[in-house]
Design a protein around this ligand. Sequence first.
Ligand code: AKG
Length: 284
Amino acid sequence: MLTQDQIDAFHNDGFTLCPGFLDTDTVRGLLAEADEVIAGNTRAKHNPERMEMEPEQPPEGTAVRRLYEPCSYYPRAQALAELAKLLDNVEQLFGPNLLFHYSKLNMKPAEVGSVVEWHQDLSYYPMTNSDSLAVLFYLDDTDESNGALKILPGAHHAALMNHSIDGFFQGRVTEPVDESQAVSLCGPAGTAIFMHGLAPHASAPNASTRDRRTLILSYRAADAYPIYNGPMTHKHDLHARLVRGVRPSVARFNMTAFPIPLYKDEVASLYDLQQRSREGRLQG
Ligand SMILES: O=C(O)CCC(=O)C(=O)O
């Protein structure tokens, strides 16, 4: 179970760190499963619904940027999503009725792993309430040199930061971020980070010679209903499923306003969106 200090840290700072959450065998199993999925894929030939490749490589390059929805498609990751110990922890934070929301495995491969710019997860999928979190499992020893997660402690208490320009969603914070307030979350393989959906976070490219694979599972309170925003709402909720308790028939609200992300064009992913934003292609 999470200790009271960990629960307090989650509520006060927007995150809590649990080193040793996964044992070595579980980490090895999850990595072996990912290796099997990735084997034989190249930038030129892969299924874009299951994985996204690093763009800065030749067509025969094999560096994967992200696996999509491992907890829906692959048995070891799926078992993790329903692990009682994990759900017990999420229940300590958000109560007995819980939805699994989505999953991804960010590969951040050695020497090429892409940047993730500052953003808040909930800016992508507005909900009636903000009881949403991501659990990030480091599958490699992680420190600043291979792209540890950076976070702004306590910033989840404030209103959602601006993620738009000219009314169009950019997928990244567009107001100044005071990086001097950021902390880097480092830890050995097996560390779990429980991160609130409103916590601003980012990570640098991986310039090191060591991979930084991170399996990310998102959960939310079952009374957090999506605010309808066209096809992206459906896309973001495709893998949602009840994993504990019941689905209340009444949506709970805990915010007075929620910015709606207005997409300029169809985008493949956060990376794609942030890249287009950097290039100034998402403005009015
Ligand atoms: O992989 C990372 O460092 C951050 C992941 C993240 O924020 C995301 O995929 O939304």
